[in-house]
Write a protein that binds this ligand. Sequence first.
Ligand code: FNR
Length: 191
Amino acid sequence: MTKIGVIAGSVRKGSFNKMLAKLAVARLEAHGAVVTEVDLGALELPIYAAELEADNFPPDALRLKQILSEQDGLLVVSPEYNGSIPPLLKNAIDWASRPTGDEGMIALTAYRGKAAAIMSASLSPFGGMRGLMHLRQILTTVQMTVIPDQVVIPAAHAAYESDGQLKDELPVTLVDITAARLIKVAAALAG
Ligand code: FNR
């Protein structure tokens, strides 16, 4: 069974990205993945600081790193903030990138050699496309293979039915294709 972690980059009540993540989780599970959803709102992750890391590595940062380390792949569904990714998400990615125990500086055990996929819902007509470019670069930097398939939901405030389903057929298909491909690549890389 292929294990996929799912992180939403917003903890806002009614978040369009959390809604998209929920739809993606359903498709990942339909394609046979074992999904672990990471709720960043449930983790106490102070802004990364070297002193904090040295003196008292936050227990939730360690927990996040452990959860991600157990996955074969990762799906990140995030809003775009001023053309990039939200600090909430960047901070979480940064904490989980840090070496712990006997690991060397660039061990990157939460990420290295694993597959990732990215999605974004935003209010703008571009659907968070600029944020995804940064997110792709960041995940590549931590040594993940980010699949080419990605999903953007423009005008997210008008994109969903009241039951949380997407109104248009195309993004529904793209979420499904992306979920299936992520599992396939994650399984192949996990070898
Ligand atoms: C935004 N938003 C936004 N949208 C966008 O398409 N491009 C952008 O650069 C930005 N920048 C931005 C900065 C900040 C600080 C905030 C708070 C918001 C709007 C964003 O798309 C909107 O708030 C979404 O609803 C956020 O996603 P969730 O919380 O609904 O998942």
